[in-house]
Design a protein around this ligand. Structure first.
Ligand SMILES: [Zn+2]
Length: 157
């Protein structure tokens, strides 16, 4: 199974701008969009982000299940085809590499959930998909939508 993450450039810009607001502290939120599956591909199409206004600390952002659930309910009520398909958090002064704590958080997330990390300092984006149990996969990250200028590169780690 190949995993592909397609992010709307406007949404990527929102995440980057949000991470830069107070770039020393971690922040986070949820990714909203559609998941499409065929025989050999699972594609996450990210069209919006819920930005959590509660910031974390210099090296930690905590995801609360009740936040995810309330956004899921909101999507169900107000959006036709969009769901919560992942989350993101920023890494402040650190590279966008999944830490031990991030791995634990991923394992607790729903199956086939997309995780993104952005580092404001290194302008680096990284992604993983939690598949099942402790299994994660590295997705191919691509972009779509109007070509706006966003400074970032994708982590190879
Ligand atoms: Zn992290």
């Amino acid at each position: 199974m190949e995993y592909i993450v397609k992010i709307h450039r406007e949404t990527l810009k929102q995440i980057i701008d949000f991470s830069n607001q107070n770039s020393l502290l971690e922040c986070g939120g949820y990714l909203i969009g559609q998941k499409r599956k065929n025989e050999n591909q699972t594609i996450f199409i990210i069209t919006a982000a819920f930005l959590d206004q509660n910031q974390g600390t210099q090296n930690r952002y905590h995801f609360f299940d009740f936040t995810r659930k309330s956004i899921e309910e909101y999507c169900q009520k107000h959006l036709k085809n969009s769901k919560v398909i992942g989350n993101f958090h920023s890494h402040g002064e650190y590279p966008a590499i999944f830490s031990r704590e991030d791995k634990i958080m991923e394992e607790k997330s729903p199956e086939e959930f997309c995780h993104l990390i952005y580092s404001p300092k290194y302008q680096e984006l990284n992604g993983e998909v939690h598949v099942i149990g402790n299994k994660t996969e590295k997705p191919r990250i691509t972009f779509f939508g109007k070509n706006i200028e966003v400074n970032h590169h994708i982590s190879r780690k």
